[in-house]
Ligand binder design. Structure first.
Ligand SMILES: *[C@@H]1O[C@H](CO)[C@@H](O)[C@H](O)[C@H]1NC(C)=O
Ligand SMILES: *[C@@H]1O[C@H](CO)[C@@H](O)[C@H](O)[C@H]1NC(C)=O
Ligand SMILES: *[C@@H]1O[C@H](CO)[C@@H](O)[C@H](O)[C@H]1NC(C)=O
Length: 438
């Protein structure tokens, strides 16, 4: 559900100060002056080209930066030292492991993803991509109507593997997977959480993603497996199985905004209450303790021998069109693209500053004004975005969308308080992403 909701939430947050949104869609790729297609099918430059840049709908395969290869590790998420805001991250994964949208807050040896009223929540995504591996997160979730916590894997071609917690059901988590952004909600399965409480009790949630099998586990217990061989789709003539390099995304997002599609709101248990006892310090929050990544060897049949990046060689975006490469590209500025990586770089200080009006960052350009209460959103296309995928009728609406604002001005309260919600609860202020996910 990620995508749909995100797009909607983004719309609600308003791309203040940005250009007219250009959208890509089936058979319509992004134009040369805004060549990179983001997670929500909007076109831009800068951060649009760095992460989540869709090779299928961008202007060219070169527009999107190569995806940094997998890095194994046990990442303690207990400070923001290893986290860079999306409007600062230009693609150098050797400098930082996590990229944020919205308002992550450090609290007691963990990072809180926060969501305050008027924001689209917070998204943390890995700078490195994973092309098969075992990914585990130790975390607790948020709670309340319309509030969705997510731990997902998302490829630039929109293959997706999900754990999603809807805030009205703290005893279960929904598992799902999608191929190339086709949201088949019937793939969803509820998994019950040992002990029955995702909010008060920390658990370890794992995605074990291999070329032929995909397994979801909680606290070491395997609860669901999908076999690639069972996912053949004779209409599209391919396996509807996640098969392209993916980033980790951890998010908290407002599925229950009145501006979202009804299916999304219903799926999430209703509209969000912004005076909820589940909030603390003015925000909802989910707490991430650590994330571990074990990279598996790349598929033996893969093209190339490079050790730095994954590169798409064809818009088909199937596993046999991903090459192991040594190519690395880091943008010179937020005005640059993979096609023109030095555009706007400060070395040419006497050169005129770019004046084009174009989207630089999914969810809103930096400095583009506050947190966006939705007041300025007037892009009808964006508002309708949810319908693009799915399931006619949208019984389930959602995508995993997280939308995040740029977080600026998102409130004042950055000090996590001791939650009213029990134990180590914390809260925070939020902002959201526009991209993602989902
Ligand atoms: C999962 O549980 C929710 C209630 O929490 C329910 O609405 C939904 O239909 C269930 N989905 C499946 C696939 O069983
Ligand atoms: C098969 O792929 C088509 C085209 O992408 C999609 O519309 C359809 O929902 C898929 N079928 C199933 C059963 O997933
Ligand atoms: C794509 O995946 C299938 C199933 O695992 C495998 O048989 C095939 O070799 C893979 N191709 C490449 C190039 O990795």
């Amino acid at each position: 559900m990620f995508r749909r909701a995100v797009a909607a939430a983004l719309a609600a947050t308003a791309l203040t100060g940005t250009a007219t949104a250009q959208k890509a869609g089936p058979g319509q790729n992004c134009p040369k002056d805004a060549p990179c297609c983001g997670l929500y099918m909007d076109c831009g430059v800068g951060a649009f080209c760095v992460q989540g840049c869709d090779p299928v709908h961008s202007h060219s395969l070169e527009a999107c930066l190569p995806n940094p290869q997998c890095k194994s590790g046990d990442f303690k998420l207990n400070s923001l030292d290893d986290v860079q805001s999306i409007d600062k991250y230009l693609g150098d994964a050797s400098k930082v492991n996590w990229v944020s949208q919205g308002k992550p807050v450090v609290f007691e040896d963990s990072i809180l993803l926060t969501m305050a009223e008027g924001t689209v929540g917070t998204l943390l995504s890995s700078a490195h991509y994973i092309w098969y591996g075992k990914i585990c997160a130790r975390m607790t979730t948020s709670q309340g109507k319309g509030v969705v916590t997510a731990f997902i894997m998302m490829s630039d071609a929109k293959d997706e593997i999900d754990f999603e917690w809807v805030g009205v059901d703290i005893a279960n988590v929904q598992s799902n997977y999608y191929s190339q952004g086709v949201t088949v909600y019937t793939n969803s399965r509820n998994l019950s959480i040992p002990g029955g409480n995702s909010v008060e009790q920390e658990h370890e949630y794992c995605i074990d993603w291999k070329p032929d099998t995909l397994t979801w586990a909680i606290d070491g217990k395997e609860l669901r497996t999908v076999n690639r061989k069972d996912t053949w789709n004779s209409t599209s003539n391919r396996f509807d199985y996640p098969q392209t390099p993916s980033r980790i995304m951890l998010s908290l997002w407002p599925a229950g905004l009145p501006t979202n599609a009804k299916g999304t709101i219903d799926w999430a248990g209703g509209e969000i209450d912004w005076n909820s006892p589940y909030m603390s310090n003015g925000y909802y929050y989910a707490q991430i303790k650590s994330v571990s990544v074990e990279c598996y060897d790349p598929p033996s049949g893969a093209k190339g021998k490079g050790q730095k990046s994954y590169v798409y060689t064809d818009r088909a975006a199937t596993n046999n069109t991903v090459e192991l490469s040594d190519k690395q590209v880091i943008l010179g500025s937020l005005y640059a693209t993979g096609e023109d990586p030095q555009e706007g770089a400060s070395t040419a200080s006497n050169a005129p500053k770019p004046t084009k009006s174009v989207n630089l960052v999914p969810g809103g350009n930096p400095g583009g004004g506050g947190r966006g209460d939705g007041a300025d959103s007037s892009d009808p296309a964006a508002t309708d975005a949810p319908d693009g995928q799915g399931a006619g009728g949208g019984n389930n609406g959602g995508n995993n969308g997280f939308s995040q604002n740029d977080g600026k001005g998102a409130g004042t309260s950055l000090q996590p308080g001791l939650g009213k919600v029990g134990g180590g609860a914390v809260a925070i202020v939020v902002a959201v992403l526009g991209l993602i996910v989902l």
